[in-house]
Design a binder for this molecule. Structure first.
Ligand SMILES: Cc1ncc(COP(=O)(O)O)c(C=O)c1O
Length: 407
């Protein structure tokens, strides 16, 4: 009997998935040719599931800066900043992020996941109250476990429910921290941040926004949803990641909060892990500069996102509620979802098959994430492959438009 036998239910579900002849949880790229093209199983694909929102992974300046930093300072830091020292790149990157957000302080983490773990577990602890949107990312849930605060979930994107739950805490000691995301990673919907900021003001809570999918995507200068909604002054902490619009890896938190730097000697996911390597910091810095110097990238991205979203809805597919670079299509059941996903790959389009428990409300999704680097022709090809696959699986009655719904 294996020690892992306790996970038998997962094994059974995974075996059933693989019995269909594909393993969507273990896709291997033979080659990645550009931000929008790769090779899977010997076949050239349009990459439509990468989170490479600004298409910067192959940007020549970013690549060059990474190479130069690696040549000059080595492949890794081989330790944590607390024990083994801070490199110039860490400070430079923190300074650039703080400046970009117009905040006093910034701290970088080795991943976005660790940023949530490190920040949430330090901001609130025993006796405090963590108000989480029910559809929060796994890193937010995992961060909440690490800090021992009371976790109170409110209904997804429902400020009234949040308000009600905070009112119930009236007179109860402890800090309250509301956590929401800029763009939610599965359906691509945005948080109603103006209303949430209003609740925060009325109840005296703190507010943290995870802008993982909205940095470089939303807002006049790309700072994310808080900027787009005009409520930056109400947001106490912004968390984000370098692994999406900035095309590298790493996470960060910015704030004007006094005593911010105390996190550096308390936050275990910051202290007890190796810091970002020089090459990653250099390319991230380059990408942050590009994000600011080339606002057309955000416009190209939204143009592509709307083209895909509108095209799918016009065909009758059920999508997420608003056009954003994450475009999700609902599938009626797992078997159809797997079959549809497989046929898209056979048609030359790779995107993400998202299944419970990774999805909200147990929906099965074909999740695309659009890039500024996609050409109009690539988006149109993807739409054609969707249409063909939809028709052959009986989704779309040819020539007739079904009413499109929103998830
Ligand atoms: C909302 C949100 N926060 C944090 C993360 C973690 O970021 P990373 O993958 O860079 O660790 C993700 C990743 O998808 C995310 O969607």
């Amino acid at each position: 009997m294996s020690i892992l036998a306790k996970h038998g239910a997962y094994k059974h579900a995974y075996d059933a998935l693989r019995a269909s002849g594909v393993d969507p949880l273990n896709v291997r790229f033979d080659a990645v040719l550009s931000p929008t093209e790769g090779v899977i199983g010997g076949r050239k694909m349009i990459l439509l599931g990468t989170n490479n929102y600004l298409g910067l992974t192959f940007d020549p300046d970013c690549v060059e800066r990474a190479v130069e930093a690696t040549r000059g300072q080595g492949t890794g830091t081989t330790g944590s900043r607390v024990a083994n020292g801070t490199y110039g790149g860490h400070k430079e990157l923190e300074g650039a992020i703080a400046q970009f957000y117009g905040r006093k302080h910034a701290m970088v983490f080795s991943t976005g996941y660790q940023a949530n773990l490190g920040v949430l577990s330090t901001l609130v602890g025993r006796g405090d109250h963590l108000m989480l949107d029910a559809d929060s990312h796994a890193s937010i849930y995992d961060g909440s476990r690490l800090g021992y605060a009371e976790v109170i979930r409110f209904r997804h994107n429902n400020p009234d429910d949040l308000y009600k739950r905070l009112r119930r805490l009236e007179g109860v000691p402890g800090d309250r921290l509301i956590v929401v995301e800029g763009i939610y990673s599965m359906l691509g919907d945005t948080a109603p941040l103006r209303e949430i900021a209003q609740v925060k003001r009325e109840t005296g809570a703190y507010l943290l926004v995870d802008e993982a999918h909205s940095l470089g995507v939303l807002g006049e200068t790309g700072r994310g949803l808080a900027q787009a909604a005009g409520v930056e002054a109400d947001v106490d902490f912004i968390v984000g990641t370098f692994s999406k619009s900035l095309g590298s890896v790493g996470g960060f938190c910015v704030s004007d909060s006094d005593d911010f730097d105390i996190m550096r000697i308390i936050s275990r996911p910051y202290m007890f892990t190796a810091s970002l390597p020089p090459g990653v910091m250099a390319s991230t810095l380059g990408a942050l500069e590009k994000l600011q110097a080339e606002p057309h990238l955000r416009h190209d991205l939204m143009r592509n996102a709307c083209r895909l979203y509108d095209g799918l809805r016009a065909m009758g597919f059920e999508t997420g509620p608003e056009p954003n670079p994450i475009v999700a299509v609902a599938m009626p059941d797992q078997e159809t979802a797997v079959m549809f996903w497989k046929m898209l790959i056979e048609g030359g389009v790779y995107l993400n098959l998202a299944l419970p428990p990774a999805t909200p409300s147990n929906v099965r999704l074909l999740r695309s994430s659009v890039s500024a680097a996609h050409t109009t022709a690539q988006i149109d090809t993807a739409l054609d492959v969707f249409a063909e696959t939809g028709r052959s699986l009986g989704f779309l009655t040819s020539g007739r438009r079904r009413a499109a719904g929103a998830l």
